[in-house]
Design a protein around this ligand. Structure first.
Ligand SMILES: [Zn+2]
Length: 311
């Protein structure tokens, strides 16, 4: 926004000249240090480039404590750390992001990741951190080993906050893509505008479904309401999780289940357009809320190119 910020950016990143490097080899390792922006304000805006480019994926990986993103073409990101609340902001100047801002809750240390457009020519990625996290921008480095692919290691202490957090619920499926999020939508089969009370994870038939937390099976098997074969678990705090459209159910009513235990497998039973897990969470045992607000995410992938990640 201000000239002052712009000069900070210039200062921090001017040592990095992609033209200077790129002639040597098509695969050039690059590294960019982040700057600290103590005042919360917009970033400097670089001149737009003519090339058609876009952000393809944005990944937060808790296991490796890193973020990763890929672009169709190479571009030089600009990164800053902002305090109160602590967040890492990475801007992609000259890159237009067409779509609504996508924000996903992650956990305690890294609270959320967000991707959206900040102005007509800039795509912005934000990693929102817990207020208890303090970051030295000098510890953060954006690295690119391949054109268009960038990684940034986060300090291990952030991952530790996430891993030690008391969050009870885990993702009930591994390596699946969210094909439909929680919220109002036009139903793919009935065409009606209805509240989608859960999150859909697309996965092949037979993919195991895990209990999101310890609990007791309150329903297991066929239901007539459109959910096909379901498993419903009641947890000690009175909350309920529901797993629908399953191909096969491994558990029976009344059975005690531990968190992470395989309880069913993905299918397409009931009113369903293809194999997926419909996962629902009712914290009070009655009202469904967005389960993503309750899950401890080990990895969050925003697949922005295919636009399969919708809100
Ligand atoms: Zn669903």
């Amino acid at each position: 926004m201000s000239r002052c910020n712009f000069s900070i950016q210039k200062l921090m990143f001017s040592f990095l000249s992609p033209k200077q490097n790129s002639s040597a080899s098509p695969i050039t390792a690059k590294s960019i240090l982040l700057a600290l922006l103590s005042v919360s304000s917009s970033m400097a805006i670089a001149t737009p480039t003519a090339q058609a480019n876009r952000l393809e994926t944005f990944v937060y990986d808790l296991n490796d404590s890193k973020i990763q993103f890929s672009l169709k073409n190479d571009i030089e990101p600009k990164g800053v750390v902002i305090n109160n609340p602590t967040r890492i902001v990475i801007d992609l100047p000259g890159l237009v992001y067409q779509g609504p801002t996508v924000r996903r809750r992650v956990g305690k240390g890294v609270q959320a990741v967000r991707v959206g457009q900040v102005d007509a020519n800039t795509t912005r990625m934000v990693v929102e951190l817990s207020p208890e996290v303090t970051l030295n921008p000098r510890d953060l480095r954006l690295k690119s080993l391949k054109p268009g692919e960038w990684t940034m290691k986060l300090p291990q202490n952030i991952a530790a906050i996430d891993l030690n957090s008391a969050t009870n619920f885990i993702l009930p499926i591994a390596g699946a893509v969210i094909s439909s999020g929680f919220g109002w939508r036009v139903h793919p089969i009935t065409g009606e505008r209805r509240l989608h009370k859960g999150v859909d994870f697309a996965a092949p038939t037979g993919t195991p479904i895990f209990a999101a937390s310890d609990g007791v099976v309150t329903e297991a098997g066929w239901t007539d309401g459109g959910y096909g074969n379901i498993v419903e678990l009641r947890h000690s705090d009175g909350s309920i999780t529901l797993y629908a459209h399953t191909n096969r159910v491994y558990v029976s009513k009344g059975q005690a289940i531990s968190r992470g235990q395989a309880i069913a497998e993905v299918g397409s039973t009931g009113r369903s357009t293809g194999p997926h897990l419909h996962f629902e969470m009712q914290p009070d045992g009655k009202t469904a809320v967005d389960p993503m607000d309750y899950l401890q995410m080990r990895q969050v992938t925003l697949d922005l190119a295919s636009n399969s990640f919708k809100d």
